[in-house]
Design a protein around this ligand. Structure first.
Ligand SMILES: Nc1nc2c(ncn2[C@@H]2O[C@H](COP(=O)(O)OP(=O)(O)OP(=O)(O)O)[C@@H](O)[C@H]2O)c(=O)[nH]1
Ligand SMILES: [Mg+2]
Length: 317
């Protein structure tokens, strides 16, 4: 699928140029391998949201490998760096299953989307619904963000675009009860997939975080094995804050994965490394634009290829 990888590469171009280009520039300008170069690289990593701990870890390996191999060509330092960073992403990855492959015993496959305000929950649900619908799955969207009438309208538009059914109520109904009704309908009417939208909430607001517990219980009341996935939707431009969001949400409702949105819009792709270092929650979905097709099943090999590829086209699988 040559064009698909190329497309991903283009969509990631902003975050790629964020650090790969800056490092290339620093290497060129510095011209020698010395402590100053290492410090510049570390600074670039930190500025691009890898987190200080991760940057230190990367630099420790880099210094050591460069010393052992007696590297004096700064361009080789860059190659070593990319290699170290790729290995970090590949470390301990389980067999990555496609998010869009429904587990056999999940009927319906129930997915709840949670996150702080404006991260892209509703948009992601629209895109995900579309992928499932295109493969012939019977999909139900549950308009569980009952907080504002506009939110219900917004998710209804996505349901229409994706050509899937929606369960909606008027605004201000109790979200847990709407969600219960939605999941129950999914079970009763034998849907393949039930996607639950929820209102955005700040991870620091106790009352709203507790509401997630209630939502989780009402999902389980309608379908004891559900939710099969609980996805935290994270805006990749938020940087370091993403980690604390994940920790708080995971405490309120057990997370199974992360959807990293707006990856097309960030110049700081380092958040991927930060997540890898600080969380045990895998990135499952990558949002790379505002259109319905701008969603990727997160697959480390594909991501690394697209992210670290140079200007020239690398060979294809
Ligand atoms: N560039 C880009 N924009 C995105 C992406 N995902 C979502 N957006 C935009 O982000 C904005 C917020 O998206 P929503 O889906 O409404 O976010 P939300 O989390 O549902 O927001 P609340 O329900 O208010 O908490 C919209 O303008 C989307 O078009 C993405 O992957 N890339
Ligand atoms: Mg929303």
């Amino acid at each position: 699928m040559f064009s698909k990888l190329k497309n991903l590469r283009q969509k990631l171009s902003k975050s790629k140029s964020g650090f790969i280009d800056k490092i290339a520039e620093a290497v060129k300008l510095r011209g020698v391998v010395d402590e100053e170069l290492f410090e510049q690289i570390e600074e670039i990593l930190i500025k691009n949201d890898t987190g200080t701990e991760m940057a230190e870890l990367i630099l420790t390996s880099l210094r050591e490998e460069v010393r052992i191999d007696k590297i004096t060509d700064p361009e080789l330092v860059q190659i070593y760096l990319v290699d170290i960073m790729q290995n970090i992403l590949f470390k301990d990855i389980p067999d990555e299953n496609d998010f869009f492959e429904i587990p056999e015993d999940a009927k319906p496959f129930v997915v709840a989307f949670v996150g702080v305000n404006g991260t892209g929950k509703t948009t992601t649900i629209g895109k995900v619904a579309n992928v499932f619908a295109k493969t012939g799955k019977k999909v139900l969207i549950v308009a569980g963000d009952t907080f504002r009438a506009a939110a219900i309208e917004q998710i209804a538009i996505w349901a229409e675009r994706a050509n899937v059914q929606i369960l909606r109520t008027e605004a201000n109904k109790d979200p847990a009860s709407v969600i219960y009704d939605g999941v129950a309908k999914g079970v009763r009417e034998q849907f393949d997939v039930v996607l639950i939208d929820t209102a955005g909430r700040q991870h620091t607001k106790d009352r709203l975080m507790k509401e997630l517990g209630k939502i989780d219980r009402s999902i389980k009341k309608a379908c004891p094995q559900a939710p099969h996935e609980t996805i935290l939707v994270v805006d990749s431009t938020t940087g370091q804050n993403a980690i604390s969001q994940a920790l708080h949400f995971d405490e309120a409702i057990k997370l199974t994965g992360i959807a990293l949105t707006k990856f097309d819009g960030t110049a700081k792709g380092g958040i991927i490394f930060n997540i890898k270092q600080n969380l045990e929650i895998p990135v499952r979905l990558l949002g790379i634009g505002e259109s319905i097709d701008d969603i990727e099943n997160f697959h480390t090999v594909r991501f690394v290829r697209a992210f670290f590829a140079g200007g020239e086209e690398a060979e294809e699988e």
